[in-house]
Design a binder for this molecule. Sequence first.
Ligand SMILES: Nc1ncnc2c1ncn2[C@@H]1O[C@H](COP(=O)(O)OP(=O)(O)OP(=O)(O)O)[C@@H](O)[C@H]1O
Ligand SMILES: [Mg+2]
Length: 212
Amino acid sequence: MLIEINDVSKKIKGALILKHVTLQFKGGLVYGFQGPNGSGKTMLLRLVAGLILPTEGEVLIDGARLGRDIDFPPSVGLLIENPAFLPGYTGKRNLELLADLRGRVGDREICEAICDVGLDPEDKRKYRKYSLGMKQRLGVAAAIMEKPDLLLLDEPTNALDEKGVEMLCALIRRERDRGACVLVACHDREILDRLADEIYTVQEGCVERRPL
Ligand SMILES: Nc1ncnc2c1ncn2[C@@H]1O[C@H](COP(=O)(O)OP(=O)(O)OP(=O)(O)O)[C@@H](O)[C@H]1O
Ligand SMILES: [Mg+2]
């Protein structure tokens, strides 16, 4: 898997949110992004996910241009800002509904993903009764359940307890070792230092590689 961001700028309502960003990401590596609030980390992940299109420049996923050749990366798992699930259904039912959209995975993979994040597939509680950390865990499960080539995680440690953070780090490593290209935006520098193969600093829409 190769992702190429070629000289991308993004303007929203007159404001330049991303400025001449040029980056490449490959499978089997974890890329970390840090930077102040409002610097453009989430927008960068949304760009790679095909959720926003560049004002200038292009994003190529294995050579296919987002917004022209393809609408979205063909195999992507994402957790961007708050996970959005249906409050009146159980965690598992929510994942089943998502899985049915693409028809790539079934009951076994869904249960595995739920167990991977430390939740119980048999839990009969509705999503609305989940704690904040449980919601976050379900969001991580949704992102990984299809074993995507590309994994986009925006502040994935949000609301997770200590064990949850360890679980997440282990999962990210596992996904990377499986060959996934993993992009993680995270305010916790220590976690990025531990996890990321390359770290980038985002500042007012500019992205720069930080020496390790
Ligand atoms: N829907 C939107 N419409 C217009 N501008 C937006 C929108 N969402 C975000 N922005 C702007 O884009 C810029 C980058 O925001 P972004 O959410 O990417 O920051 P961030 O680095 O993820 O910050 P944080 O650390 O708080 O998550 C900010 O200036 C923000 O105000
Ligand atoms: Mg953000």
